[in-house]
Design a protein around this ligand. Structure first.
Ligand code: UDP
Length: 235
């Protein structure tokens, strides 16, 4: 399988066409951004960690009945995926308060929610990924109601699977973001990545942050945290 024309370069990944119109190759980069790309840097070996971790987790989710775009890992920084059209929504789950929900609603970081919080943001960098509700999604034509319903169903199921997976590895899943895509026949599948860039993960015993917040907030030991998460996920 060979890379052909580059279709898209994002902040953390590049997407290439292949000889097969139904499959793309994704390359994971070490580049890191935060605060809508106002903060930029690199995290050594992040591409390898995020590619390997996403490959392990997407294979697990497939096995548990969540359809995904994942086909296979090709090498340390590349994976083969099914070509999809990305639904322009960031779907967020929060088990514990952290990040923007603390800022927006004046909550203390680290307090567990009694019910699982789910948010949608419109994936649009120029607008700063604003939070949207179900009616915005329909009015803006971002997705149809049956798509929103299946996206919500999958996202809650992913949370149940991941909470269990991570706690067995002494990691607490605070929150995460996922994205979905449409196959040519319209089927909704999980796409993008699941990694320390897109999840908040705290050590269960010490609450040490083992995710991108170490980069966002200049907490140090960034590379080590990513590697530690991959080591635990690989067990
Ligand atoms: N997140 C992400 N991409 C984004 C925004 C958020 O992967 O563009 C993830 C983030 O890593 C965290 C969760 O979604 O695990 C919730 O993020 P939040 O809304 O708190 O935003 P942040 O504090 O990261 O700005």
């Amino acid at each position: 399988m060979e890379k052909r024309e580059m279709l898209y370069e994002g902040k953390a990944k590049k997407v290439f066409k292949t000889d097969n119109a139904e499959e793309y190759i994704i390359e994971y980069k070490d580049d890191a951004t935060a605060f809508n790309a106002k903060k930029k840097g690199t995290i050594e070996h992040k591409g390898i960690v995020n590619n390997k971790m996403t490959s392990i987790i997407f294979a697990l989710l497939e096995e548990k009945g969540i359809p995904t775009h994942f086909v296979k890992m090709i090498d340390d920084t590349h994976q083969l995926v099914k070509a999809v059209e990305i639904v322009p929504l960031e779907v967020i789950i929060r088990n514990t308060a952290a990040g923007s929900v603390c800022k927006n609603f004046g909550l203390e970081e680290g307090v567990d929610f009694d019910i699982t919080v789910q948010e949608f943001c419109y994936k649009n960098d120029d607008l700063g990924d604003p939070m949207v509700n179900n009616s915005h999604i329909l009015a803006l034509g971002l997705a149809a109601q049956d798509e929103v319903d299946v996206i919500r169903e999958y996202t809650f199921k992913i949370n149940d699977i991941l909470k269990d997976f991570f706690i067995k590895r002494n990691l607490k899943l605070i929150d995460f973001k996922v994205e979905f895509g449409r196959l040519p026949d319209g089927t909704i599948v999980l796409a993008d990545e699941i990694s320390p860039d897109t999840c908040r993960l705290w050590d269960k015993d010490t609450n040490k942050k083992l995710d991108k917040d170490r980069f966002r907030r200049d907490l140090g030991e960034v590379e080590e945290a990513y590697q530690e998460v991959l080591n635990r996920v690989s067990k």
